[in-house]
Design a protein around this ligand. Structure first.
Ligand code: ADP
Length: 195
């Protein structure tokens, strides 16, 4: 089974991906996490990735697709994947479709976490405050997160009609608490599993 979690920054994709991983034995693939690991390797490419991420901008499709293609060759992907933070552009969505088609596989469902703009800004501010305290991610400042929200609207939101056209988009109210969102997500996945 292949699941995509879609939603703006701060919508709770990472949290829900981890829960799906635990409940259904799937593998979470977060391009954000893979890219952050690449940044730890302190070379030229790492520096370039870091400055793009720190600005809240998207990494090039070419690089992200290189990373994803090689990750999807690993045998642990056979148990099924929850994609979190990928695809982020229509070009990435099309490429994923091709990659899956070549393996005789498909994306089974795209779960969209709907969160309204005002709530997102609040979450973003809270996350930035706690990141400041804990010294966490360098792209978790209000300014950068707002930039990331803008990148989402320009580049990622067009993925929604792309998957709607394919009849595999399911929407979940991401404003509810984590457990309620989780149970709505589980219901969708259960239905697909049983079909
Ligand atoms: P979040 O889950 O908070 O939305 P991520 O960890 O998914 O954030 O991504 C952090 C940053 O990594 C993004 O702002 C972007 O710069 C880069 N990134 C992650 N995934 C992709 C992708 N699929 N395409 C382009 N850039 C990406």
């Amino acid at each position: 089974m292949n699941i995509i979690l879609l939603g703006p920054p701060g919508s709770g994709k990472g949290t829900q991906a981890k829960r799906l991983e635990a409940r259904f034995g799937l593998l979470q693939i977060s391009t954000g996490e893979i890219l952050r690991e690449a940044v730890i390797a302190d070379n030229e490419l790492g520096k370039k990735i870091k400055s793009t991420m720190d600005a809240g901008e998207l990494i090039s499709d070419k690089l992200v697709l290189e990373v994803i293609r090689s990750r999807l060759e690993e045998p642990d992907c056979k148990r099924g994947v929850v994609f979190d933070g990928f695809p982020r552009t229509v070009a990435q969505a099309k490429a994923l479709e091709e990659i899956k088609r070549a393996k005789n596989e498909k994306v089974d469902v795209v779960i969209m976490l709907d969160v309204d703009d005002e709530a997102l800004i609040t979450r973003i501010e809270e996350r930035a405050t706690s990141a400041g305290v804990h010294g966490a991610r360098s792209d978790d400042t209000v300014e950068v997160l707002k930039h990331r929200l803008q990148a989402y609207r320009i580049w990622t939101a067009p993925i929604i009609p792309f998957y709607e056209d394919r009849g595999i988009l399911e929407r979940v109210d991401g404003m509810k608490d984590i457990k309620q969102v989780s149970s709505a997500v589980n219901k969708i996945v259960d239905t697909i599993k049983n079909n």
